[in-house]
Design a binder for this molecule. Sequence first.
Ligand code: FE2
Length: 301
Amino acid sequence: MLGERFPSDSFPICRIETDRWHSTFSQSQQAQATGVLEAGGLILLPRLAFQISDYERPCLMPQCVRQGSKHVSFDPRTGAMRGATRQVQRAKSLQPLLQRYAEQAAALVRSLFAYDVRSLEVARTSFRPFETSDRISSWRKDDRRLHVDAFPSSPNQGRRLLRVFSNVNPEGRERVWNVGEPFEAVARRFLPTIARRWPGQARLLYALRITRSLRTEYDQIMLQIHDGMKADDSYQASVASTQLSFPAGSTWVLQTDAVSHAALSGQFMFEQTFLLPVDRMQDPSRSPLRILERLAGRRLA
Ligand SMILES: [Fe+2]
């Protein structure tokens, strides 16, 4: 059984046995799921599959991704798709799938967690048809190494990164991850190595359109933690980790800014990102922003 692969004593997991994206959860279920999420754990929905019809399946090929891209990304707010070949863009075959995934993931997150629906911002959707080991151009982009998520061009300015993932592998292959130590342990280890930014850096990056919004000191620190973790071979080899397997047809949810994770193997996945303000959390003191501010002794965003 799947549950035996998840050693719950080493990593918090809340397992939910629904097969419907539009489910109703009780207040106590919401509080429990939210507590596990904010504690740096993971919500596993082993029977919640993103259904793809036989008619739709031919468009889920690695060949739909444009040369030089890692995946196809989609903005549910505008309908804009990036990273797909011109042929796929023209055929408009992938947009309805990405749109449907975004809507179903939003329905799940809005019903499962104890958050004000208006506080959750729906961000990018992605389709990732490549084997995780393919298309790695540098250690910085190597997601097989443990890391917390931080994005150079998209500062989140302290907001939480809440992400829904679904394994849609057509051959029934699982997706395998490692998860590492809790965020506070990561922060204590890497914060002393962080260089302070220079005055005017954030405005210059924004003016040059390197970032889509101002990169706060929090974003700067998170990027350096992301890079520091991935670049440190001895850390990667020695830090305690737990291996998790996500079967085809399963879905899982976590806050990837706080959970140290590495994607070891797997192919064909959908992912939806949500942004959540720290002050809308059940317990804001568990956010990376508040943990880093406590350790640094100053405001960071
Ligand atoms: Fe990641």
